[in-house]
Design a protein around this ligand. Structure first.
Ligand code: NA7
Length: 515
């Protein structure tokens, strides 16, 4: 929506093509019970509308999906954005015409668009991952993917329900389902280091204080590593006494949000020994909260260090396993063979259920782009070009795909971390580039293949050998069967990334080919 506003302000004709029926992106699609932020609400809002900053009153420290969707609707209404958005329209193909230097886009609904410039704001977590388990079409009960949750109340009362997946989404939806389900069976492929969110309502006094801090908060966040309020402590955990360290761990554990991740000693991010000490601390916390020792051990990760996968934030997740109506099944011990008419057949037998919930995540970073038929110069498809992993220059462009920009995808910072904080400066840069394209005699702006190779190598080299590389994660495509194991995110800091974009433009579009 911010990109739309900026391009519109340039006086350019612009259409947003949106598959959903409403605004909000992630917060439109992920409407499952329990969906909420784990960045502080006020740190996550748009920074560019002072009136709205003064007007909007966040109800909770970590806003829920309905509050966020209401916020995005307010933004759309206030800035009259809907008139430039085609809702319920899903792009299926995009072809670059080398004669006219324009893109032709086709939607599944039969609509056709022509554009000089295409900006992909398709998100890094928007292509749902469906497990390759046969038979879902046979299942006679209800089934839902959390990221395609229907816009209606789904009743769990008294039902036998299975949830597959225990990532950031799974740990949010599981306690909600367990409240009223007759029986809930959770299928866990990998245990996660989930930590308490510690959400709370915000009082009028809180909001007054928070609003007073906006003038300092936004610049601080723009200069931070990933747009979060918490910052790593450069002190090494191994340089302080065990007493001081443990007290710090306890303090972080009882604090809200990511304080217990990126607010701690920095060596947890790179030193396996330091990290293991924190893992032991967290494992004890899980043991304290789960009554059955065998279940507790199943919920303690044994295959990755803390923070090497996305750390989910939870509310009563571990206590949920103390309920009589909840069971935990480890897929490593008892894999699912197929879905049946009545439920799920595992290696150990059939489980009859009324509802299956897939909390199985996304083909992250690349899926939203590679699922489209995107054809650049010489008819080359993006899917084919990226078959061994994505190639980008600055995460923004792909050689052979002129006038095509990605604001949130692989190798870039836009949309990653605290999403709005990281994407605002990127979207502003794209608006400047669009202005340049229309005010210069340029037909094409595209990545130079040499610069593309250098950027891609720098991104993947930076990740190689890190602690993060020791875990199977979405950052290496490990969650998707058949996806090449290549680092797809970006490990640098937000200011470094943004400065790189602006420097390249200032240096006459260094690394780009202008024609
Ligand atoms: P995640 O974090 O990718 O979690 C998906 C979960 O589903 C995770 O536990 C996966 O296990 C599990 N999964 C994925 N595929 C399968 C199959 N085939 N069978 C069984 N289990 C499977 O996605 P989320 O939606 O939870 O979170 C996405 C983002 O939302 C997150 O990064 C936050 O930014 C908010 P695995 O760990 O891969 O073994």
């Amino acid at each position: 929506m911010y990109q739309l506003k900026l391009v519109r302000e340039l006086g350019r004709s612009v259409r947003v093509i949106e598959a959903g029926s409403g605004v909000g992106g992630t917060w439109y699609w992920n409407r499952y019970p329990g969906a909420r932020l784990d960045s502080e609400s006020y740190s996550y809002q748009y920074s560019w509308d002072e009136e709205l900053l003064a007007e909007w009153r966040w109800k909770e420290m970590f806003a829920s999906q309905p509050e966020l969707e209401a916020y995005y609707n307010r933004v759309a209404d206030k800035h009259d954005l809907r008139r430039d958005i085609d809702f319920d329209t899903r792009v299926e193909s995009m072809v670059f015409d080398e004669e006219t230097d324009t893109w032709t886009l086709h939607s599944t609904e039969g609509r056709l668009y022509r554009a000089r410039v295409v900006i992909m704001a398709t998100g890094i977590l928007s292509d749902p991952n469906f497990p390759k388990i046969p038979g879902l079409e046979r299942f006679r009960g209800e089934w839902y993917h959390t990221s395609l949750w229907p816009d209606k109340d789904v009743d769990f009362t008294g039902k036998r329900i299975a949830v597959i997946g225990t990532g950031a989404t799974g740990v949010q939806v599981i306690p909600e389902v367990a409240k009223t389900a007759g029986h809930l069976t959770v299928f866990q492929r990998t245990a996660n280091w989930a930590v308490p969110l510690r959400n709370r309502p915000l009082s009028d006094e809180d909001m007054r204080r928070i609003r007073d801090e906006y003038p300092e908060m936004f610049p601080f966040l723009r200069g931070s590593f990933s747009g979060f309020l918490h910052t790593w402590d450069p002190t090494k955990s191994t340089d302080v006494s065990p007493e001081v360290r443990d007290a710090r761990f306890e303090e972080a554990f009882s604090s809200p949000g990511f304080a217990k991740w990126i607010g701690l000693y920095n060596d947890l991010a790179y030193d396996a020994e330091a990290n293991q000490i924190y893992c032991d601390f967290l494992a004890d916390k899980i043991r304290e909260r789960v009554d059955d020792p065998e279940t507790a051990e199943k919920l303690i990760p044994n295959d990755h260090y803390f923070g090497t996968k996305r750390v989910p934030c939870e509310t009563n997740y571990y206590e949920t396993y103390n309920q009589d109506n909840v069971d935990l099944v480890l897929l490593k011990e008892n894999p699912i063979r197929e879905f049946t008419e009545k439920g799920i057949r595992t290696e150990q037998g059939e489980l009859e259920v009324d509802m299956i919930i897939l909390a199985t995540g996304f083909d992250a970073f690349t899926g939203a782009l590679t699922r489209l038929d995107i054809r650049g110069l010489g008819g080359q498809t993006l899917r084919d070009k990226w078959k061994d992993g994505p190639l980008t220059y600055l995460g923004m462009q792909v050689a052979g795909f002129p006038n095509f920009f990605i604001v949130g995808g692989p190798h870039g910072k836009g949309g990653h971390g605290n999403g709005p904080r990281c994407s605002e400066p990127v979207v502003e840069w794209v608006a400047q580039v669009v202005e340049d394209i229309f005010t210069h005699p340029w037909r094409r702006v595209e990545a130079d293949p040499t610069a593309e190779q250098a950027w891609t190598t720098s991104v993947t080299d930076k990740a190689a050998g890190t602690l993060q590389a020791t875990a199977k994660s979405i950052f290496f495509g490990d969650n998707i069967e058949g996806k090449p194991r290549v680092y797809v995110a970006y490990l640098g800091a937000l200011p470094e990334f943004v400065d790189g974009l602006y420097d390249a433009r200032k240096a006459g579009y260094r690394g780009f080919i202008l024609s």
